[in-house]
Design a binder for this molecule. Sequence first.
Ligand SMILES: Cc1cc2nc3c(=O)[nH]c(=O)nc-3n(C[C@H](O)[C@H](O)[C@H](O)COP(=O)(O)OP(=O)(O)OC[C@H]3O[C@@H](n4cnc5c(N)ncnc54)[C@H](O)[C@@H]3O)c2cc1C
Length: 543
Amino acid sequence: MEPLKPRAELETHTVGNQPEPRVSLGLLDEDVLLRAELERLAPAHLGQLGRFAGVIGGPESIEDGRLANRFPPELVTFDRTGRRVDEVRFHPSYYAMMERGLAAGYSALPWTAAEPGGHAAHAAMVYLLTQIEPGVCCPMTMTYAAIPALDVDAELAALWRPGLLSTTYDGRSVPATQKTGLTMGMAMTEKQGGSDLRANTTRAERDGNGFRLFGHKWFCSAPMCDAFLTLAQLPKGPTCFLVPRWTPDGERNPIHLMRLKDKLGNRANASAEIEYHGAWAERLGEPGRGIATILEMVHHTRLDTAMAPAGLMRRALSEAAWWARGRSAFGKQLIDQPMMTAVLADLALDWMGALAAGMRVATAFDHSTDPAERTFARLAVALAKYWSNKRCGPVVLEAMECLGGSGFVEESPLPLLYREAPLNAIWEGSGNIICLDVLRTLERTPEALELFYQELVRAQGGNRSFDLAVTQTKDRYAAGVSEPEARRFVETLALLLQASLLIRHASPLVSETFVATRLDGDWGRTAGTLPKGTDSAGLAALI
Ligand SMILES: Cc1cc2nc3c(=O)[nH]c(=O)nc-3n(C[C@H](O)[C@H](O)[C@H](O)COP(=O)(O)OP(=O)(O)OC[C@H]3O[C@@H](n4cnc5c(N)ncnc54)[C@H](O)[C@@H]3O)c2cc1C
């Protein structure tokens, strides 16, 4: 696409002091922290990620991201003769973004790559793509996450894995057997209860080799996926089922799309309310063990919901820094105004902490054959998801303010980032549910906390305040953690994890300021309240 050549000399004034628009973004080249993480954790995938970052940070993808949001999906329930089709049609830009993501291996790479670091590379893709168009990430994330859940049934896995692991996007609405690539969604949440899955009322009835499902789901994102993992009741309790969009005899499976949600954000992605009118399904896993079966999928989607806020914060900060570098006020570039420098420096710490934690969790997924890393991942993914999302909203909001009024206008990416910011906190376990999950993990696998503290030991000796905070935390919670204390506990562990990683892998400026503010309490209640004497310019330069 030709860059615009706008005229600055207008009849009434000359346009000035407006930063030059960026037609492309150096998503990987300019992100020194991501580069460092990848060089350490996924060096074999750096070339591939560089190409992906180049494509999605290019003008065509940026425009596609904008269009896919500007022209949201449309529900087509019936054809013109009144026959049911239950389809969703998207803007061509949505399909283009799906194609780019799947082609790069967003869903497949961790399961197919011969080289180590596949989950870390996947996490980096989530982080990168979220910065351009977060809506398309949803179906690709679910496809990635469905793979390990299928492992409980060798036959179903053999049937579905090849299509799900394809790097071709085939958006046609035809039976899976006719397609060159497949995607998989997830439908758990019902009207009367989302977090409380045992309250699900959708029921399954045996029908020959399969089952028929009757009931509804209140949220089913990406309803054009080729199949969904879903929960329905059997006499033994909630059971997991695989529901294809088409029945084995080539008919449209009666999954009625009732309406699409009119959502705050994530607008390129269709989220539907659905009903099963005797939808054909195959059981996945043991009867009554459905929650455990589908939780394997949830465990993997949580990695992505922990990484996405890091990407949202990164993009918001990169926009804020670009603006502050390109605009002056009161005789100086904004970036050189001490208070602006301090705001950007402070916000950067949240982004860096979130990125470091997400990548560490992804590496634990990469080493999941090691039982210690697997147990660590169970706990750490919840900590990272909880805290990174709690920081995402405030960071994006402050970043928007750095652009002044221009940040509030839809031509800027800030409104999209702002609308997206709360989402990853809600789905795949909202804040309180994540904290309850952490308590449950500690109850069922008490060694998880010990393994977590061992992770922190790796950073000990690097910062005295950090060492003290670890000791105090251990003492404080030695007798256990009650529900009312859970949020404080989870927040503290998440901050300790972020701090430990920054001590080990970032500069002393980063880690010391992080510890002084986030753990030692030398911090105000809003951004830009760093300890006296902090080298804010040094921190802001990292954005
Ligand atoms: C854009 C979008 C897309 C989605 N896509 C899908 C999808 O594809 N498939 C799918 O299955 N779901 C999907 N969801 C649903 C999402 O996962 C649920 O909204 C979420 O799990 C919360 O469930 P709920 O809405 O029923 O809230 P509830 O379970 O009613 O929870 C409401 C609040 O109460 C809190 N709470 C619940 N129990 C407790 C407790 N014991 N103690 C303290 N607090 C508690 C929760 O933390 C939450 O803050 C989507 C949601 C959104 C917003």
